[in-house]
Ligand binder design. Sequence first.
Ligand SMILES: Cc1cc2nc3c(=O)[nH]c(=O)nc-3n(C[C@H](O)[C@H](O)[C@H](O)COP(=O)(O)OP(=O)(O)OC[C@H]3O[C@@H](n4cnc5c(N)ncnc54)[C@H](O)[C@@H]3O)c2cc1C
Length: 260
Amino acid sequence: MALKVVLLSHSPEPERAVATAARNCYSPRDVESIDENWTPDAIEKMVSRVRDAGHLSTFEHTMFTFGVGGVSRALTHQLVRHRHMSYEQKSQRYITLKGQFEFITPPSIAARPEIKAKYDVLMRQIAAFYQDAMEAGTPAEDARFVLPNAAETQIVITANARALLDFFSLRTCNNAQWEIRELSFAMLRLVKRAAPSLFVRAGATCVRGYCNEPNGPECPRYVIVKNPVAARRVTTLTEDGPTRASDEIVADHQTAAMAG
Ligand SMILES: Cc1cc2nc3c(=O)[nH]c(=O)nc-3n(C[C@H](O)[C@H](O)[C@H](O)COP(=O)(O)OP(=O)(O)OC[C@H]3O[C@@H](n4cnc5c(N)ncnc54)[C@H](O)[C@@H]3O)c2cc1C
């Protein structure tokens, strides 16, 4: 089951919405003219001004809605801790499973054939128990108690650009768990396309040149962001058969480079 992320909708012109909100603070225009006579350059200038000043409440006047599938309940449990984003998740009470359920297999388990085989057996046993419980008249809301963190789920997320910046800062970091990091990067790529100026410096704090994690200086990604020579070395190392980790490092480096 692969991660699926779709940007379902967003504010029509997110950068203009931010610029207009900011202009309200700095211009004598009344509300009828506050959104008039914008040029792309003027929008870019206004967005840079508030972005660089940290006047990020202006970024809240935007909205981005994502559809996310092929993720585990372990991921969504972490995701919903971000309190400024809104969620609707597929219900395990109203959608009952028929004899099997989809589940996510972490790469570290997939890479170990013996463990993977046991993992698959366990998932089948859980599915069989769930089915027996349902057939015996157990309500779905109780039968689901046996479903694991691995159970696949689908979630709709809506957030403004400021909440997304916070989310990207924590969850694209190499210290974040791999699955939510993949999701975070996928969402970041989508919003970077939709509103490049808002997200130009989005990402883990190393993209902006610092790291507060105790192991920060040893993190390959931090090293890369701080030191382009190391970036080239890692890229060369991956040429003969990239590992997942080095793939991520290079992908993350590309994101950091995109962020300028
Ligand atoms: C690497 C990593 C490891 C983690 N490990 C654990 C763990 O072991 N156990 C665990 O329980 N959680 C863990 N978490 C989750 C973490 O504690 C946060 O719940 C989660 O990252 C959401 O962050 P947040 O509260 O800053 O974000 P949000 O809820 O998105 O809030 C964004 C910002 O709004 C402000 N804010 C929001 N609510 C309040 C409030 N009530 N009062 C004041 N300011 C507020 C804060 O400035 C906050 O940073 C981990 C997260 C990461 C990234």
